[in-house]
Design a protein around this ligand. Sequence first.
Ligand SMILES: CC(C)(COP(=O)(O)OP(=O)(O)OC[C@H]1O[C@@H](n2cnc3c(N)ncnc32)[C@H](O)[C@@H]1OP(=O)(O)O)[C@@H](O)C(=O)NCCC(=O)NCCS
Length: 193
Amino acid sequence: MIAIRRARPSDAAAIGAVHVATWRSAYAGVLPEEYLAGLSAMRHAGGYQQAIADRRDGHAIFVAVASGTDAPPGLDGRDGGVVIGFVSGGRARRPGLGQGEVETLYVLDDYRERGIGRRLMRAMAAHLAAVGCRSVMLWVLEANPTRWFYLRLGGRPVARESIRFAGLALDQLAFAWDPIDTLLAATAPAREG
Ligand SMILES: CC(C)(COP(=O)(O)OP(=O)(O)OC[C@H]1O[C@@H](n2cnc3c(N)ncnc32)[C@H](O)[C@@H]1OP(=O)(O)O)[C@@H](O)C(=O)NCCC(=O)NCCS
């Protein structure tokens, strides 16, 4: 079974591990190898621990937890299941493109294309709507094929900008859903396979 729930402080280590594993796979060939090799699950876990506790600006993290036969081999007996994906977000860090922002969304490679990304996006959209956001946006690197996932969920490209990251000049795209109900509709449970 795959369940989606709000993250707890005890999830921070697992979230840090998912962050590092998905970055190494999603950004291979996009970000420098030394940068990806140097990512530390423990360091990221510390950041996520703080983020889980700090609920300012409508911030929230939701995790996808696999248990029973859906758990990774050898870990099916672990109490409460295993974190295999997560989404984080809150009120938009910059004004202008949307009231809410999805800051991160990651699902482990072995769990892709099973509707988990869509369920995590729904949890975040419902949360952001509940804290008063009437629209939502996110940034994605243009080189990241994930932009097709956001288009599939009805996201509208609304901005492009160049950033410097890991010593490189990279282009990123912003997608928006305005009103936020368009994202809630695109991620409605009836659409899950
Ligand atoms: C993006 C991501 C979270 C999607 O998660 P997922 O669980 O595989 O997505 P879902 O199964 O819910 O897919 C929903 C729909 O999008 C489509 N889709 C998913 N990934 C896609 C991709 N890379 N390209 C095109 N379509 C995609 C699915 O086919 C599905 O279509 P459907 O409407 O026909 O069912 C996952 O691929 C991921 O973690 N990627 C790497 C990390 C990353 O880049 N994160 C985003 C940083 S901004």
